[in-house]
Design a protein around this ligand. Structure first.
Ligand code: GLP
Length: 241
């Protein structure tokens, strides 16, 4: 595990953008696993800058997002599909048919999960997975106690996550209670992982995940077992290490 602690979030964003740029230069048909939330937004802005300067080409890149709220349409401003189009996809040359997120409105949840997992397999697996982390150590929407063997599934959000994510909604009541998420096993099958965490609010989750026991109670702790992971932290997120 490579752990980089930088003074600022923007230094970490630059390093992450450099890793992704190199990944695509080495393998133009890279399969990227992408994340949403506040954490990766600066990195996406850097990637757009690199694209505009002609330093990275997403023409043959395929993307799979980690998760999507159940029940929200693609156009709902809080759906992860909307977030990704607004913050990245509409500003780079990734092809529409190469963009994948779980369909939050799928009627048959089990089928949707199986289909998503199969699409990842058919694409050849994820080359590079980007991750943020929840305050309670969740990765994707794999909440504490989810099995390390889980594949893409419909999962219940904890009260803590609902409250943390309510800042993006008008009220807590509007936050969906369930979401589709790649499983822990799906995430761990990625060939490489970048984990980003910024701010004091993530310090405990980072300390527990990187230096605590490896346990489903702290989903992020499974990352200690991944052979190729880079962790990029600002000083606040690293403050309890
Ligand atoms: C959400 C997402 C995660 C994300 C986490 C942290 O619940 N499902 O993929 O990593 O929250 O979000 P933020 O970056 O906004 O703190």
């Amino acid at each position: 595990m490579d752990i980089v602690i930088a003074k600022t979030k923007s230094e970490c964003d630059n390093i992450a953008a450099g890793i992704i740029r190199q990944q695509i230069a080495d393998r133009p048909k890279s399969v990227l696993g992408l994340a949403t939330g506040d954490t990766p937004s600066g990195l996406y802005a850097r990637l757009i800058e690199l694209y505009e300067k002609g330093l990275v080409d997403f023409k043959d890149v395929e993307t799979f997002n980690l998760d999507e709220y159940r029940g929200l349409s693609k156009d709902h401003p809080q759906s992860y599909s909307y977030y990704m189009h607004k913050n990245l996809f509409s500003k780079i040359n990734v092809r529409d048919e190469n963009i994948h997120l779980p369909n939050g409105q799928a009627l048959d949840a089990k089928q949707e999960c199986m289909d998503y997992e199969n699409k990842i397999k058919d694409a050849g697996g994820i080359d590079l997975q980007l991750l943020g982390i929840g305050r309670n150590g969740h990765i994707g929407f794999n909440e504490p106690n989810n099995s390390f063997a889980s594949m893409t599934c419909l999962t219940d959000l904890t009260e803590d996550t609902i409250e943390a994510n309510s800042i993006y909604f008008d009220s807590c009541a509007e936050v969906p209670r369930t979401a589709f998420s790649m499983g822990i096993k799906t995430i761990m099958q990625a060939r490489k992982i970048i984990l980003l965490a910024y701010g004091k609010g993530k310090a405990q989750a980072i300390a527990d995940s990187l230096t605590g026991p490896i346990t489903p109670l702290v989903p992020g702790s499974v990352l200690q077992l991944h052979p190729f992971i880079t962790v990029l932290l600002d000083e606040d997120a690293a403050s309890l290490l």
